[in-house]
Design a protein around this ligand. Structure first.
Ligand SMILES: Nc1nc2c(ncn2[C@@H]2O[C@H](COP(=O)(O)OP(=O)(O)OP(=O)(O)O)[C@@H](O)[C@H]2O)c(=O)[nH]1
Ligand SMILES: [Mg+2]
Length: 684
């Protein structure tokens, strides 16, 4: 029989098939992975996500959430073949993790709920799979909870979201309220689910015949669109050859011409053996992925860097084109390196191996510069980089260590966390010295904070980052600034007179020197300008000043006591007082927000934006996703805080947005007073 997990490459079996489990949050992807491991005999007991006993989701963060926070890698054998599962998190905040894995997978299983009203949640992923050209099937999980008519309604909802025709392969058999089995439309056979075992064949119940025939006809017509002989048979009213039907199904699925829809339950095991058979017959060999990516001699396709495990830094990737062994050369452009230790991953366990088969998903130590989407070339191929499109970073947090002593550890940990999480970024805010973390949403950042504490032992305090308020002036003013200190010894003397006036929005700062007759010696003029800029760093309201023109018109000096420092101080004094006289007012940053939300929720999303002082620019259908709407608005940056959560709560967790700085706008009244008061309190 075929090899087991631990004894290395097996030349007797086919290349490993890599199957990605994708779909909305909580549909049961990790549970399905567990069910597949159990049904194939890779594990002896089926664990559960809810009880914290599943092979996947083993990290403390995932266990605490009862949902995946990062990808799970799993392996199993079925009828002598090897399968690698890549279980992607469905939660919006974790959607970037392992996304690159879809580029080199052989097949994706889109796991969804049976409720038709939740079908819309699958649209973004279905669109993405179409763009990638990745063969996929839809697995309707939790089938035991399906209402009567749900499957029919579901297919009607899903079809417009798919570029390819859906091929419903099964219809549910019911006993009263419950789904107890299915009719296989290709084989024309009925099966009853058997807990923990393969389903039991039964006769198709009489009352199902009519529905079965009409759904089967629909299935055959779908296949006939790609098979002239089958089309002819249908037109002649001949019964098609079952072998032809099965071959068409396998070919059309594997070449992404049709998308099969299967039913089952990860919880009860119903339909899982049938799903294994689909994976066996209809998942294309990795050559298709190699051809899609254009890897000639072979490649290691890196889809994630993991720093969290016991083995330190590992590149997770897929072996394409040729087997890979420890020490083999890998090329990234003109640079080459040797493959470090190889590991196979099963949940949070790693097993060292000397070599990997074509198609295997492996973890490789010591690959410099590895990052998601990097195709490392083998056997003469140079390798290249594939672009991955990640979700926008819509949440930000300012963090500070609880103990200053941890600062060094924090600055060591952040680059490592960012390296393995492409949706995470950090910056040091120059003005406030704050460390700012940016991520997809609040939930994402919370998990990052948890990781920071658990893995690197750095507890931090968090707060919303400061908004970049600015201030400007409404009026002109003239002011003298004189700095004079002549009590004993060497004195200090600087004296200048400036005119200031408002500039147009976005014109910044203009300085003009109109000193005539040497009232201030040349060499002190840059010092005056510097002093003016000092004052503009923090205007009378407490924020950086913008859009002001300053003219230096007069001044005086002292032959002995004048110095650059004295003139800088004089400039600062003049500017500080001039600004206070020039009717200063507050400016707040306005961002342009684009919200994508399921159809029917757009106007509520608009109300949320309005209630946050947003100015709605438009509500329209989404340009490419059929059942979605798009709302565009201008929104004060302060309105972004908590927006993600509020939009998601009105859209089954699905709405997402992007925000980009647009302009600065005047802020007045109570809101402005509040901002100025808060700033003054902070400064004090
Ligand atoms: N009734 C029923 N519940 C199921 C089934 N499969 C999974 N669940 C439950 O659905 C919930 C989510 O399961 P997960 O496997 O964590 O879902 P997931 O798709 O991996 O979720 P994310 O990783 O957050 O995207 C858990 O409470 C499971 O017990 C099923 O077939 N039937
Ligand atoms: Mg999961």
């Amino acid at each position: 029989m075929g090899s087991t997990q631990s004894n290395g490459a097996d030349t007797g079996s086919r290349a490993t098939r890599a199957v990605a489990l994708v779909g909305p949050a909580g549909t049961g992807k990790t549970s399905l992975a567990e069910a597949l491991l159990f049904a194939s005999g890779a594990i002896q007991r089926q664990g559960s996500v809810d009880a914290g006993t599943s092979v996947g989701d083993a990290s403390p963060e995932a266990r605490a959430r009862r949902g995946s926070t990062e990808i799970n890698l799993l392996n199993f054998d079925y009828l002598g073949d090897h399968y690698a599962l890549i279980d992607l998190p469905g939660g919006a905040g974790f959607a970037a993790d392992g996304l690159a894995a879809l580029q080199s997978a052989d097949m994706a299983l889109v796991v969804i709920d049976p409720a038709p009203e939740r079908a819309v949640l699958a649209e973004p992923m279905l669109r993405r799979l179409d763009e990638l050209g990745l063969p996929h099937a839809i697995f309707v999980n939790k089938i035991e909870t399906a209402r009567a008519g749900a499957v029919r309604g579901l297919v009607a909802e899903l079809q417009p979201m798919s570029g390819e025709p859906l091929a419903l392969r099964q219809i549910p058999l019911r006993d009263g309220e419950h789904v107890t089995g299915y009719v296989d439309l290709a084989l024309e056979r009925a099966y009853l689910y058997q807990p923990g075992k393969e389903s039991q064949r039964v006769d198709i119940p009489g009352e199902m015949r009519e529905r079965e025939r009409s759904e089967r006809t629909h299935l055959l017509e779908t296949l006939a669109d790609f098979d002239d002989a089958l089309m002819e048979a249908l037109l002649m009213d001949e019964a098609p050859n079952p072998a032809t039907v099965m071959a068409d199904l396998a070919f059309d699925t594997g070449s992404n011409k049709v998308v099969p829809v299967l039913l089952g339950s990860a919880l009860t095991g119903g339909g899982i053996h049938r799903l294994l058979k689909l994976l066996r017959h209809e998942t294309p060999a990795p050559d298709a992925a190699s051809a899609r990516l254009g890897t000639d001699g072979g490649a290691l396709h890196v889809f994630k860097v993991a720093n969290g495990g016991a083995m330190g830094r590992l590149a997770l990737g897929r072996v394409l084109g040729a087997p890979l062994a420890e020490g083999d050369e890998l090329k990234a452009g003109s640079e080459a390196g040797r493959t470090g230790s190889l590991f196979f991953v099963q949940g949070d366990k790693t097993v060292k191996r000397h070599d990997a088969r074509v198609g295997d998903v492996v973890a490789v130590a010591k690959i410099e510069g590895a990052r998601p989407g990097l195709l490392l070339g083998r056997n003469g191929s140079p390798g290249r980089e594939l672009l991955v499109e990640y979700p926008a970073r819509n949440a930000a947090l300012a963090i500070t260590t609880r103990d200053r002593k941890d600062d060094v550890r924090l600055s060591g940990a952040l680059p490592r966390l960012c390296e393995e999480d492409p949706a995470l970024a950090w910056t040091q805010d120059g003005a406030s010295h704050d460390t700012i973390l940016r991520g997809i949403n609040d939930e994402h950042l919370q998990v990052v904070i948890d990781r920071l504490q658990r893995r690197y032992g750095v507890p931090v305090n968090t707060r919303p980052p400061r908004i970049a308020y600015r201030e400007s002036i409404r009026k002109s003013a003239t002011m003298r600034g004189r700095h004079k200190k002549q009590s004993g010894g060497h004195g200090q003397y600087g004296d200048c007179v400036i005119d200031i006036r408002p500039l147009g929005r976005g014109e910044g700062f203009v300085f003009e020197d109109r000193i005539a007759g040497g009232a201030i010696p040349r060499q002190y003029i840059p010092a005056v300008e510097m002093g003016i800029k000092d004052a503009m760093d923090r205007g009378p309201l407490g924020f950086p000043v913008e859009d002001v023109a300053v003219t230096l018109v007069d001044g005086s000096f002292h032959a002995v006591d004048s110095s650059e420092l004295a003139f800088r101080i004089a400039g600062r004094m003049a500017m500080g007082e001039a600004l206070a006289q020039a009717a200063p007012y507050l400016l707040e940053p306005i961002v342009k927000v684009t919200v994508n939300t399921p159809a029917g929720t757009g106007s509520r999303a608009g109300s949320v934006l309005s209630s946050r002082r947003g100015q709605i620019l438009g509500l329209s259908p989404h340009p490419t996703w059929g059942r979605w709407e798009r709302v565009e608005a201008l929104l004060p940056e302060s309105g972004l805080s908590g927006l993600d959560a509020e939009l998601r709560s009105l859209s089954q967790g699905l709405a997402s947005f992007t925000a980009q700085f647009d302009h600065l706008a005047e802020l007045s009244g109570k809101q402005a007073d509040e901002v100025v008061k808060t700033r003054a309190a902070e400064a004090a």
